[in-house]
Every structure is written in C-alpha cells, then in structure tokens.
Ligand binder design. Structure first.
Ligand code: 6PG
Length: 236
C-alpha cells in the first residue's frame, strides 16, 4: 500500500507539520462527529510532537474534552516504568492538556500478563469506539520495519480476529501488547512518523522495494495514509 510521503527539511519542521496535521484531523473529527479517537505511537520519535501539541498555539486549537487517547502498543511494564509508552506520552503531553482522565485509555499493563492486557484493551477499544474506526493512528517505524509492536516474523502479524494482541519480543526480552492490522487499517487516517538519519537505510530499502513483506509494508490502510519524514530519514 503506497503512502503519500511528506518530507520536511529538518526535525523541527517535521514536528510542526505533523502537529498541524494532528490538529486538523482532531478539529475535523470533532466538527463532524463530536469526538476524536486517536491512537498514539510509542518510542522516542513522537515525543517532540506530543510536546508541541501541548504548547501554544496548538494546544488551544483542540477541544481536548472531545478527544480520546489510545495507544497503538505498549511495553508490558508498569505505567511508571521508564520503558512505558504511556509514561512518555503523559510526561510530554497528557499532564499538560485539559483532557478528562477518563478519556485517556492506557493499556492496563499492571492488571495481568500480556495476553490478559490485550483482551482487556480490546474490550476498552470496542466499548469506547462502539463500532466506529479510530480517526487517526500514529505509528513510528522501527529500523527492522516494525510498526507498533508488529515485529517481523511474529504471529502477531497474522492476528485478524482481535483488535489487540500480545507477543513476546525476543530482541527486547519483553512482552508487548499491540493493536492488530485490522484495527490500524480501519482508521480514517494512518500517519507513520519517521525522523533522523538512523532510519534512512530502512526507508531506502522500503521505498526502492529492496525488501518486501516487512510489517510496515503489510499495512493496508482503508483511509488516508501518510509518511511524515525529515530529509535525514528520507536520505536526501
Ligand atoms: C514502541 C513503538 C515502536 C516505535 C518504533 C520506532 O513501543 O517502541 O511503538 O513501534 O514506534 O520502534 O521507535 P523510535 O521512534 O524510538 O525510533
């Protein structure tokens, strides 16, 4: 599935462009349906985006009381653990915006083992979305082509009967819970957010079709699909 690529000159302009896209998506969803359901990405790349969203002039452009935040994936650690995607987003953004606590849906990683976390989060997603798709799914891109916690050569790639699944990731010696392809693909918008020259090799491999079948290449968004990159990641 081809994405519309947006290449910005540098890291700061990439964050600004992605922030503007996020604000526009939120305002459009709230205007049309009164709510904005968005799944946040983990890792390090989106931290600057979350910080920017929590500052003027962007923070006041979104009615946060109409926003529901989800997570595309989570490390199965406590929400206070340094590896927690929720902790990163809370510190960068959630603690600094006027969003009702009940609208922040983190994966309940303290409530059980990974498979149980996945079952509970699937239920949270289904109950909150009530049959609607997510409005926006933000994803980072791993150097091995993974998105969310859909890692290469894992069974998670083939799970289609659940909204969230779990897996043990050997290379990180950690359990993860992740949204599955059906959940991500159904979103009205999918944005893969890629920054820095460390991602240039994987971006080049994918955009020149030197590799195939990587998790990000198996994405098939039914809605709008964008790659937001800086020139360093785009290899320019
Ligand atoms: C995670 C993320 C993961 C991340 C990529 C890119 O839990 O780590 O969901 O998919 O987006 O690994 O990570 P960086 O942004 O740190 O390069």
């Amino acid at each position: 599935m081809k994405a519309e690529q947006k290449v910005m000159p540098d890291a700061e302009s990439l964050i600004e462009a992605a922030t503007e896209q996020f604000v526009a998506s939120a305002r459009s969803a709230i205007a049309k349906r009164g709510v904005f359901h968005v799944a946040l990405a983990g890792g390090s790349t989106p931290k600057g985006l979350y910080q920017k969203l929590a500052t003027s002039p962007y923070v006041e452009q979104i009615d946060w009381s109409r926003v529901h935040l989800f997570f595309g994936d989570e490390r199965c650690v406590l929400p206070t653990h340094e590896d927690s995607n929720f902790k990163m987003a809370r510190e960068a953004m959630i603690d600094h915006i006027a969003i009702p606590q009940e609208n922040v849906h983190r994966m309940p990683t303290e409530e059980g083992v990974a498979p149980e976390v996945a079952i509970r989060y699937s239920r949270t997603l289904a109950d909150t979305l009530d049959g609607a798709p997510l409005d926006l799914v933000l994803l980072g891109l791993g150097p091995d082509g993974h998105i969310a916690s859909l890692f290469p050569d894992t069974e998670a790639l083939d799970v289609t009967d659940r909204m969230v699944t779990s897996l043990y990731v050997d290379k990180f010696d950690s359990w993860r819970a992740t949204m599955t392809y059906p959940t991500i693909n159904a979103a009205r918008q999918v944005i893969v957010f890629i920054g820095g020259e460390a991602k240039a090799p994987i971006v080049k491999d994918i955009t020149t079709n030197a590799v195939e079948g990587l998790p990000v290449q198996r994405l098939a968004p039914q809605g709008e699909y964008y790659w937001y990159m800086d020139k360093a990641a785009a290899g320019q």
